[in-house]
Design a protein around this ligand. Structure first.
Ligand code: NAD
Length: 259
C-alpha cells in the first residue's frame, strides 16, 4: 500500500485527490494538512487527520506527499518532505523562479515531481506543441489562450506557461526571451517569433487551453478541454504511485507517460 499525505486537503483539488485515493485499491490516505482554522481541520481521512498548518507529522507517516495549495506554503512543504525523506508531488501553480530553485534544491534530497498540469492530455499536448513549434519557422505566430473558473488566482495559468515553455523549447530559446507582454499594454506590430498569452476567467470551467499557430494564409489550433478536476486528480495519484520509491531527483509528467 502506498501511503499518501494530502497538502491542501480541504481545497477543490485536495478533495478530488482524496476521492481518487479512496477509490484506488493500492493507495491509502496517511492524513492531510490545511491552513489553521479551515473548517476541515480535525476531519479523519484514512488513518490520519486533517491537521492545521504543520505538514511534518503527515510527512513522517506518508510515502508520498501531494501538494495542491499556494506558492506561499511551498517552502515549508518541501522542508517537511526533506526532513522526513518523503517524495513530494508539487501541483501548485503560480510558482516563481525562487520556488523553482527551492524545488531543485529539494530534489537533491528526495524525489520531487513538479507539474503545472497532471493530466495525460496536457502532457501530450505539450509534446505536440513543442513538435509543431520546431517544425514551423518563426514567421508563424504562437498565441496561447486559456479559460478557467472564476476562483482561479494566478494568470496566465501555470498550464499556459507550461505550454509556452514547450513552444519556446521547439523554437530553441527560453520562454523568458520569447514571451510577449499583454497585447493591450504594448500596441504596435507583433514581435516576430514571440509567444503571446490571453486569459479568460469565469464560471466553473476546469481549464481550457488553446494554442494557436498563425501563419500567412493558414492557422493551426491545438486544444485541450478539461471536463472536470478528476483528470488532474487521477494523474496526481498515478504520479504519486510512480514517484514512490524513486531515487532523489526532479521528475516530469512526460517521463511518467513515456513521452
Ligand atoms: P483551492 O483554493 O480550492 O485549494 C487550496 C487549498 O490549500 C485551500 O483549501 C487552502 O486552505 C489550502 N492551503 C492554503 N495554504 C495552506 C497551507 N499553508 N497548508 C495547507 N493547506 C493550505 O485551490 P485548488 O483549485 O484546489 O488549486 C490549488 C492549486 O493547484 C492552485 O495553485 C491551482 O492552480 C493548482 N492546480 C493544479 C493542477 C495541476 O494539474 N497541477 C490542477 C488544478 C489546480
Amino acid at each position: 500500500m502506498i501511503k499518501i499525505g494530502i497538502l491542501g486537503a480541504g481545497g477543490r483539488m485536495g478533495q478530488a485527490i482524496i476521492a481518487e485515493v479512496q477509490a484506488a485499491p493500492d493507495c491509502w490516505l496517511a492524513g492531510g494538512v490545511e491552513r489553521p482554522g479551515h473548517p476541515m481541520c480535525g476531519t479523519v481521512i484514512g488513518d490520519g487527520l486533517i491537521m492545521g498548518a504543520n505538514a511534518a507529522p503527515v510527512a513522517h507517516k506518508a510515502d508520498v506527499l501531494i501538494d495542491f495549495t499556494t506558492p506561499d506554503a511551498l517552502t515549508e512543504h518541501l522542508r517537511a518532505a526533506m526532513d522526513s525523506k518523503t517524495a513530494i508531488l508539487v501541483g501548485t501553480t503560480g510558482l516563481s523562479a525562487r520556488h523553482h530553485a527551492e524545488i531543485d534544491e529539494a530534489a537533491r534530497h528526495v524525489p520531487v515531481l513538479q507539474a503545472a498540469n497532471t493530466s495525460l492530455g496536457i502532457t501530450l499536448l505539450a509534446a505536440l506543441v513543442e513538435q509543431a513549434a520546431r517544425a514551423l519557422d518563426p514567421g508563424w505566430d504562437i498565441e496561447i489562450a486559456e479559460l478557467h473558473h472564476r476562483h482561479k488566482v494566478d494568470a496566465p495559468s501555470g498550464t499556459a506557461l507550461f505550454l509556452g515553455e514547450a513552444a519556446a523549447r521547439g523554437r530553441g530559446a527560453p520562454l523568458e526571451t520569447l514571451r510577449l507582454p499583454a497585447h493591450e499594454t504594448e500596441t504596435g506590430p507583433r514581435r516576430a517569433g514571440g509567444i503571446g498569452f490571453a486569459t479568460l476567467r469565469g464560471g466553473s470551467a476546469a481549464g481550457d487551453h488553446r494554442v494557436l499557430l498563425a501563419g500567412e494564409g493558414e492557422r493551426i489550433e491545438l486544444a485541450h478541454l478539461a471536463e472536470g478536476r478528476d483528470i488532474f486528480a487521477k494523474g496526481a495519484v498515478r504520479a504519486a504511485r510512480w514517484l514512490s520509491g524513486k531515487p532523489a531527483g526532479r521528475y516530469r509528467m512526460a517521463q511518467l507517460f513515456g513521452l
